[in-house]
Design a protein around this ligand. Structure first.
Ligand code: SF4
Length: 454
């Protein structure tokens, strides 16, 4: 079967596995007290370095495809009280920890983190440095919107130690940009990219999206050529998830023609071929990186990891999530904060924290989480590693799942040997589908919950 036929066969709805169990399995009975207890228990002594995610939900205008937790406002005074809540949450979390911890990874996401002024950016970062140590060589990243980010903000971020940046792009075609309410010229994007390079950001990423209204194979081909000529270090090519029942604003785009399933598949297939013929390598799912980028090199060294922000080379032993909707992972449990910014702020003011739901992992969850991580990041699962970690024989524990992999085997997506499951280069594109075989909760995948795997 060719790439196009395989993509057609495996295009289904499924999780992105930034966590396992995935968010629909989490419960709302795990609140602030459980989070506080877990923080106290896990951080009673110094641990291995951890990760910190900070969410800034504000955006000046709505992109109609958006699936993030956002608040649209042009009122920049809105970030003032939010910033105070972020700082208070940082202090509460680290106050509960008995010892000062070290960060190997900091990520700011949104929304639009550069909605904040330079002074606010500096205040937030200084507040982080007051309560955490930063490991040497830490990855400090931020998502930026080239339409609203200034050179002054980028210089400030670099001065503070930010070293990775991700630029939202999606599509360069003007008609598509108008239909999704996001006008962003190639020139502006190029200027921002050059400035990011000039001030020393590395691992520069472009986010692209296919399946948007008015997109055609030809129009997206042009975008691909423009992106390849700009040569970002990394590219994430997301499949647009049209879920108007969860995100009513997406209905606005129903007035436009959308690429059908055949066009979507053709667009992804062509993009895969264009990227891989022009110096990029597949990282997994819908991610690509230059062969010189540390993300690709990490596959060879088996040091690629995956967390709520996607692929990374820095493994935190835990993750602290700060801000509205932010997710943390502490001691084998997940905790998520209240999504709505104002209610989040009220909760932090009154209780210091704002978690409202989460998930405590069972033994079976722990094992399947480890399996999915191995497959998605190392692209090899050694049965001896499983035995060493969990004391059991993989083949007898997962007999049914191994049988379910037989189609993938015959299609060259993976091989199952006496010692291991190994994913081929081609198989990296289908990694979500392979991971789904090991998901114990996925008996009835629902279109309304998950995006398309391809
Ligand atoms: S800028 Fe990003 S987060 Fe904000 S609305 Fe657009 S896509 Fe969503």
């Amino acid at each position: 079967m060719g790439l196009k036929e395989l993509i057609k066969k495996y295009s289904t709805s499924g999780p992105r596995y930034t966590s396992y169990p995935t968010a629909p399995q989490w419960v709302e009975t795990l609140e602030i007290d459980s989070y506080r207890e877990q923080l106290k228990k896990i951080f009673s002594e110094k641990t291995e370095p951890i990760s910190l995610y900070i969410h800034i939900p504000f955006c000046e205008a709505l992109c109609y495809y958006c699936g993030c937790n956002i608040q649209i406002t042009k009122d920049h005074s809105r970030s003032r009280s939010y910033l105070q809540a972020l700082i208070q949450e940082l202090k509460t979390v680290t106050g509960v920890m008995k010892t000062r911890q070290t960060l190997s990874q900091i990520s700011w996401g949104g929304g639009t983190p550069t909605f904040m002024t330079c002074k606010e950016i500096e205040t937030l970062h200084q507040a982080t440095l007051e309560v955490f140590d930063i490991a040497e060589g830490a990855e400090v990243s931020i998502e930026i919107d080239p339409r609203v980010t200034t050179r002054e903000q980028l210089s400030t971020l670099r001065r503070l130690g930010f070293n990775r940046v991700s630029l939202g792009v999606q599509d360069f075609n003007e008609a598509v940009q108008k239909a999704v309410n996001r006008i962003q010229s190639v020139e502006l994007t190029c200027e921002m990219l050059n400035y990011c390079r000039e001030v020393g950001f590395q691992g520069i990423n472009f986010d692209l999206m296919y399946g948007l209204p008015l997109q055609t194979r030809d129009s997206f081909h042009k975008t691909l050529e423009q992106v390849i000529s700009l040569r970002p270090d990394r590219i994430a090519l997301y499949n647009y998830a049209h879920l108007p029942s969860l995100r009513p604003h997406q209905k606005i785009m129903d007035q436009f023609e959308m690429p059908d399933i055949h066009d979507r598949l053709a667009i992804f297939t062509e993009a895969y071929q264009e990227f891989t013929q022009n110096g990029y390598r597949s990282i997994g799912m819908d991610h690509f990186a230059l062969e010189t980028d540390e993300l690709f090199l990490a596959i060879e060294k088996e040091t690629l990891y995956r967390n709520f922000m996607g692929y990374t080379v820095k493994r935190g032993s835990a993750m602290i999530g700060i801000g509205a909707s932010a997710i943390g992972e502490v001691g084998g449990s997940y905790f998520q904060n209240i999504r709505e910014a104002k209610i989040y702020e009220e909760s932090v003011v009154s209780q210091g924290l704002a978690s409202f739901r989460g998930c405590l992992l069972t033994q079976d969850d722990e094992e399947r989480k480890w399996i999915i991580q191995q497959l998605m990041c190392k692209f090899i699962l050694r049965f001896s590693d499983y035995k060493a970690l969990f004391g059991k024989d993989f083949k007898s524990q997962f007999e049914k799942e191994l049988k379910d992999l037989s189609d993938f085997s015959s299609e060259g997506i993976l091989t199952v040997s006496f010692e291991a499951i190994s994913i081929s280069d081609l198989g990296r594109v289908f990694i979500r589908n392979i991971a789904m075989v090991f998901d114990a909760y996925l008996t009835v995948p629902t279109k309304a919950t998950y995006s398309k795997t391809l």
